[in-house]
Design a protein around this ligand. Structure first.
Ligand code: RFL
Ligand code: PHB
Length: 390
């Protein structure tokens, strides 16, 4: 089989890239090592920047998003027993974010791909990119005991942090930067109305808490937890108890509880691999970088990568120009590092660190107090939260 672009990974990066390319007449095949249901079962991001919403609109997959998504004009920072609203709309001159689950974005993109008839191969074993430093790139995989080969012009490594694409690059050709945080996030989904109509990011001496949502009847809540905690350590009762203790009293009293129907622990990490291009292999999304979820940037960064990469590929096929592809890594990394900085900063300001003690807590509270009382500081937070332009 031959196609122009083989996309490894059917997460949001791979699916969005595939959708944009298909609409531009650039043939592509997506290969994933797991199945559709498994991918749709992963509960992840919930906050979309306007840049991603526009990309989805242009890709023809935003109808349901506009019907069911919740536009948010602000969020709350809670600390020292009170909460303070960050008015994104006012501070950024009219920008907002959209609360709409990654699962739903993925669903919409998968549906569109099926309608367009583009090929996705699920449950492919041992996917491998080959010869991306030369001109005869191809990808192999096994399915049902048979080895298959797809020849292509380009390979897009959209296979997440644990994928095979980045690992296929010779060690001397790649540089990695990493910070691992000494805690995780325990997250639950429950069929209860959100405690507040906007998100609450809470700093508390017992640890960080986040109240998010997926709809007006479904809440997504998180608490910071030790890295070695197990899901079995966290009964629903313990979770509800803990999150209430970390919120201002009026929210704690108003919080509705119900049995959780999803519960998971995620480690927190900042990671960047440079460059993001190796011959005809391009990395995009979590395959190239990871941010801690505090700033809600992971999925949105995947989207800006896909924007730059799809532009480069379309320019190549329509105009015969390599310029966009040559510029890809630099353009993407400029934006990546700014989001890495923002996510690290927000993580540092909001979480309890094991080694900083009460001094660290006081410094955080001073920074938060400055942030909510200085328009200049709040504007910087707001413009990063709604997403830097691309
Ligand atoms: P994904 O979603 O990991 O998809 C990669 C796909 O590649 C497949 N794959 C392979 N396929 C073939 N061969 C192999 N060897 C393969 N190895 C892997 C996988 O099966 C998978 O289908 O990466 P992608 O597409 O780059 O998307 C990135 C986003 O998923 C990620 O950045 C966000 O979820 C991060 N994130 C958030 N981002 C936001 O923008 N806003 C948020 O509010 C937000 N909240 C979050 C988050 C991530 C979280 N966790 C669990 C990491 C909250 C959490 C808790
Ligand atoms: C979520 O709804 O899952 C969510 C929201 C905001 C974040 C991280 C995760 O910063």
């Amino acid at each position: 089989m031959r196609t122009k672009v083989v996309i490894i990974g059917s997460g949001p990066s791979g699916l969005l890239l595939g959708q944009i390319l298909t609409r531009a007449g650039v043939s592509n095949v997506i290969i994933d090592r797991v199945g559709k249901e498994y991918i749709l079962g992963r509960v992840r991001a919930g906050v979309l920047e306007e840049g991603l919403v526009k990309l989805l609109e242009n890709a023809g997959v935003a109808d349901r998003l506009h019907k069911e998504g919740l536009p948010h004009d602000g969020f709350s920072l809670a600390f020292d027993g009170r909460d303070h609203r960050i008015d994104l709309f006012d501070l950024t001159g009219g920008q907002r974010v959209m609360v709409y689950g990654q699962t739903e974005v993925t669903h919409d993109l998968m549906d569109a791909r099926e309608r367009d008839g583009s090929l996705t191969i699920y449950d492919a074993e041992n996917v491998q990119p080959h010869d991306f430093s030369g001109k005869k790139s191809y990808v192999t995989y096994q399915k049902d005991g048979v080895t298959h080969r797809i020849d292509c012009d380009f390979i897009a490594g959209c296979d997440g942090f644990h994928g095979v694409s980045r690992k296929a690059v010779p060690q001397g050709a790649i540089r990695e930067y990493e910070r691992v945080y000494p805690f995780g996030w325990l997250g639950i989904l429950a069929e209860v109305p959100p405690v507040n109509h906007e998100l609450i990011y809470a700093n508390h001496p017992r640890g960080f808490a986040l109240c998010s949502m997926r709809s007006n009847t479904r809440s997504r809540y998180y608490v910071q937890c030790p890295l070695d905690d197990k899901i079995e350590d966290w009964s629903d009762d313990r979770f509800w108890d803990e999150i209430r203790r970390r919120l201002p009293a009026h929210h704690a009293e108003a919080m509705k509880t119900a049995p959780s129907f999803e519960k998971s622990i995620a480690p927190l990490r900042s990671f960047v691999a440079e460059p993001m291009r190796f011959g005809s292999l391009f990395l995009a999304g979590d395959a190239a970088h990871i941010v801690p979820p505090t700033g809600a940037k992971g999925l949105n960064l995947a989207a800006s990568d896909v924007h730059y990469l799809s532009q480069g590929l379309i320019e190549y096929y329509n105009e015969g120009s390599q310029a966009g592809l040559d510029a890809y890594s630099g353009r993407a990394l400029d934006r990546v590092w700014k989001a890495v900085r923002f996510s690290w900063w927000m993580t540092t300001m909001m979480h309890r660190f094991p080694d900083t003690g009460d001094f660290g807590q006081k410094i955080q509270e001073a920074e938060l107090d400055y942030l909510v009382h200085s328009r200049a500081a709040a504007t910087s937070l707001a413009e990063n939260y709604v997403g830097l332009p691309y």
